[in-house]
Design a protein around this ligand. Structure first.
Ligand code: NAP
Length: 116
């Protein structure tokens, strides 16, 4: 993407909150070390990699939490620990799964998708 001058953006950086990211043990441990939350660690990890983040919350306190990511730096070791959580497949809209395709096509009846 860099080579083609394309700016990566994370729409749904929390995988819509559906994949247990906020209770992921490695993220919890790293969050504790910096006095931050797993959500803040997720956002910070992305911005340190040059990825623009577009998180969503309907809660004011979470919006504030998601904005408070500019006063700490994840060190190299923690950046690598988080990178190692990569499952090698999308955390949402995994088009290899028929259930995911059905979920998208059923968007009018799907409370998650219709709330976007
Ligand atoms: N998902 C997509 O494919 C897609 C496509 C196009 C555009 N977008 C846009 O991208 C933005 C983000 O996408 P998204 O809403 O799909 O996914 P997201 O930001 O990855 O996840 C949102 C979920 O995370 C929860 N959350 C947010 N901050 C939190 C925090 N600090 N602690 C704990 N939970 C937290 C939200 O709950 P609460 O709201 O209850 O706090 C909600 O359940 C939205 O503006 C959306 O319209 C998304």
């Amino acid at each position: 993407m860099k080579e083609l001058n394309v700016q990566p953006e994370a729409w749904a950086p929390f995988a819509e909150g559906l994949k247990g990211m906020f209770t992921e043990p490695v993220l919890l441990e790293i969050a504790k070390k910096y006095g931050k939350t797993p959500a803040q660690v997720i956002l910070r990890w992305n911005v340190q990699r040059g990825v623009i983040v577009i998180p969503k919350s309907v809660h004011k306190e979470r919006m504030e939490e998601n904005l408070a990511i500019w006063d700490f730096n994840l060190d190299k070791e923690d950046m690598e620990k988080i990178a190692a959580l990569d499952k090698g497949c999308p955390s949402m809209l995994d088009t290899r799964k028929i259930s995911e395709i059905k979920r998208v096509y059923d968007y009018l009846n799907n409370p998650v998708l219709t709330s976007l």
